[in-house]
Design a protein around this ligand. Sequence first.
Ligand code: HEM
Length: 532
Amino acid sequence: MGHFPQMLKAGPGDVLRTWTNTVPNHGIIRYLDFFNMERLAIVGPDALADVLTHHCYDFEKPLQLRKGISRILGMGLFLAEGEVHKRQRKNLMPAFAYRHVKNLYPMFWSKSRETMTALLASFNRHGDGGFSENVSVEVNEWATRATLDIIGQGGFGQSFNAIQDPENKLSQTYRSIFKQGRTGQILGLLSFLFPLWLLRRLPLLRNHRMKQGSDFIRAFCRSSIESKRQQGSLESEGELDILSVAMKSGGFSDEDLVDQMMTFLAAGHETTASALTWAIYAISKHPQVQARLRAEVDRHLPNPITNSSSIVTAETIEQMPYLSAVCREVLRLYSPVAVTIRVAVKDTTIAGQAIPKGTTIMPAPWAVNGSIDLWGGDALEFKPERWQERKASDGERKGTNYDYMTFLHGPRSCIGQTFAVGELSCLLAAWVAAFETRLTDPDYVPVVKGGITAKPKDGVHVPYDSSQQVNPDKYPNHRAVNSIWTNAVLGPFELAYLFHQKGLFHRSSSDSNQPTLLLERIHPKDVRDTQK
Ligand code: HEM
């Protein structure tokens, strides 16, 4: 069994992080996985530089893994190798140039606003017209719906409607296939012994769900591409969503485009959703960070609930150093891709060590990002301030680019990282502007769940009660958040939500001819009375 039971229990990221900090190593740690299969964990800067940059194309994602996840991820950029990968990346890069991604910030913000407004409306639904002491919400579910809509708009120029519709088929499908469960784990292990085609034919509910899910996603992507062609929107110069760029490049057949779209859908939402989930966990555990962040947000950003018309740009977000520090620290300490995998496709070297063809290696962002050697004695603490201090002490740094591995480095680094950082910043800023967050169980220590991304196994639950509302005395800009329950001037967007909550509001008598309405909240008891 090798070290497999340990990995299964604590998650490979945590085990490798502990070893990195306790076992003397030169950036490579050898261990034994299931059936004593040899693995080399890559946890030091020199070794990482060789694997990710200098000898990048000497290593590939294992064929078995590519076949296994291609029906969900598509055989797109994530799974392409060698020359095919180089060509695809070149064709897709224009969509991720910063000059383009920065134009997406107003959309990131408007989707973040939409999420917070929907969340507020949902408390109300659960709480029978008011905040309830016994209702909690699982953050990852909301995060996933938000990031799915964001990739829908920024990636494909389409509205998926996942934020507003909890039953949305696309988001339900991803939830069901990303839920690994015991059967998924066992099938994963059996794939070391039996061919995939055989395992996929076993009459198991899991197999059935995966097949249905992958067929649905493929059909969804195919019809999105067709409708984009029919709309003829490619003709417009301004169309720079990922799909338009891929179509305009002329380098992809229609089926290739389907694969690329599947890749960006999956890679582009699950990861950022995990990051946002960890962010809410981290700020809930560190109220002083949350308060400092809220003060900065309060100084720079409009209220996400009540101010529907203002536009937030990349320049505004970039004026917020503490927000940037919090996001970076979340992504450092809770890297959504904890460990990844490669196999040497030829004899090569890593940090001067001979590596025979066929060796399996595991670059481990979770371990590197938590390395005491690289980050100091407080490496395992959540301290956004380190990013502000770092700048000042640049000269004393270890002088490496390979200490922050969240998006990897080199030709196989995350192509979507500027996109991800932008959306995470907007979502987190909107969240702290709308809610003061704490955990339902203040002592909750999450067990990290492996799988496609590392996230808390049991999710992150925050309660909804009146104490979650932002205190307007402390944050003057957010006065209106509190007052949404009393008197608020709302835009058309909020109205759509709030009218959804039948019977909870009535028109104020003050001025019913205004384009926006002044609403007063009716006490839930009065609603019940009127229903008698
Ligand atoms: C916080 C969010 C994100 C994190 C932590 C993250 C992390 C990563 C990592 C570590 C890889 C390399 C995996 C490997 O090669 O083993 C990767 C690759 C990739 N990511 Fe991301 N990602 C995030 C968001 C996104 C977004 C928003 C998109 C798309 C809009 C995206 C698209 C991709 C693609 C297409 C690849 C494959 C790149 C290639 O091989 O050339 N990711 N990501």
